[in-house]
Ligand binder design. Structure first.
Ligand SMILES: NC(=O)c1ccc[n+]([C@@H]2O[C@H](COP(=O)([O-])OP(=O)(O)OC[C@H]3O[C@@H](n4cnc5c(N)ncnc54)[C@H](O)[C@@H]3O)[C@@H](O)[C@H]2O)c1
Length: 342
């Protein structure tokens, strides 16, 4: 009995040492779930530059375009299929898991039972998987993990979280599960609470999507009808900063981290302030306002996000401010429109 336990312990230690040494020697093998959404494709491009094309595997349940397949490894992964996840981690010798699969805030409210499955059961699967195979796991959270009882200006890293959307509830759940597994089992769980992420790619049905749609609509038609009131302030970040934050945070040694979950942000603005900046480049633009149910969601979310703990612990610092964001978006969206011929 004693010998058997000794053998088991030494096998466990060897596995741990092997994967630790392996990480030191060669770049990590990274799997991105939900990779064909707004963030995944760009994230794969970013991390492939850093860790090598074949070390970053993009996955989703959606059929990819030829461009995606040409860019690097792409496979089918349904996060609700635990055995399938196990097989992929084993077959591809995955070290880090970046878990993007989710139903976002506005879409989640339209299909609560699916959001519960994808956002809660899916998180159970990937966290358990990461524990079993000793993976470093990144799960993004959001400003939507706060609610009307949270201080909104500014919203600190640790405060009351009583969100009123299934998206927010599922993200608080993910944060707590990850922290629990970290304390209980030593799981290397890492989580950033992102604000609205702005890129030229189509957004996935969130409440901050207007800040992307406005560029597409104005550049195509000169006009945009905004579903939020002109003075609705929300925290935001360009995708370049979001991916840099993710990449830098994933590389921080564990001993530098005082938390597993950090707020990160770059700026905050209202639709009116964004429009004023855009008008410097597009003086003919016309914006009208017709608030819908997303206004209630936005009214319960942080207006100004306090990311001082990320700045302190791992030197987080955004690079893209509102002026730069507007310049970048006009350029990038114009290029997309020309490339798509519409
Ligand atoms: N985009 C933002 O502004 C923002 C802000 C804060 C946090 N986040 C978080 O970042 C992550 C990525 O966001 P995004 O904007 O790219 O989302 P998205 O909605 O654009 O993409 C999510 C992807 O998940 C996939 N998916 C759905 N069900 C799945 C399943 N069963 N198995 C595997 N994949 C499945 C979808 O096909 C989709 O491609 C999400 O967790 C989101 O909560 C995003």
């Amino acid at each position: 009995m004693f010998l058997r336990n000794l053998y088991r312990t030494s096998v466990k230690l060897n596995i741990r040492n092997y994967s630790h040494n392996n990480l030191l020697k060669s770049p990590p093998k990274i799997l991105i779930t939900g990779g064909l959404g707004q963030l995944g494709v760009e994230c794969a491009k970013y991390l492939r530059k850093k860790y090598g094309r074949d070390n970053v595997i993009l996955s989703d349940i959606i059929k990819p375009t030829q461009d995606i397949v040409n860019d690097g490894p792409y496979i089918f992964v349904d996060i609700l299929d635990f055995k399938g996840l196990q097989k992929i981690v084993v077959d591809h010798r995955v070290d880090w898991l970046i878990h993007f699969s989710a139903l976002l805030s506005a879409i989640g409210e339209q299909n609560v039972s699916l959001a519960v499955r994808v956002n809660i059961e899916g998180v159970h699967n990937v966290i358990e998987l990461a524990k079993q195979y000793n993976l470093r796991i990144f799960v993004p959270s959001t400003i939507g993990a706060f609610g009307p009882d949270s201080p909104r200006n500014p919203t600190p890293n640790i405060t009351i979280q009583r969100p009123r959307t299934i998206y927010g509830v599922s993200k608080v759940h993910a944060e707590l599960m990850g922290e629990y597994y970290y304390h209980k089992f030593g799981l290397d769980f890492r989580c950033l609470r992102f604000p609205g992420v702005i890129s030229s790619d189509p957004p996935g049905g969130g409440t901050t999507d207007y800040a992307i749609a406005i560029f597409h609509e104005v550049l195509r038609k000169g006009h945009y009808e905004c579903y939020l009131k002109p003075d609705t302030r929300l925290p935001m970040m360009h995708v370049k900063d979001a991916l840099r934050a993710l990449s830098e945070y994933l590389a921080v040694p564990n001993e530098n981290l005082t938390r597993r979950v950090y707020n990160v942000t770059a700026m905050d603005f209202t639709p009116e302030e964004l429009t004023d900046k855009m008008a410097a480049y597009l003086p003919e633009l016309k914006i009208t306002y017709r608030p819908d149910s997303r206004q209630d969601i936005a009214d319960s979310w942080p207006q100004v996000f306090d990311d001082s703990e990320a700045r302190r612990d791992w030197n987080w610092k955004p690079q893209v401010d509102l002026d730069e964001l507007v310049k970048l978006m006009i350029k990038e969206v114009k290029e997309k429109i020309i490339a798509n011929g519409s």
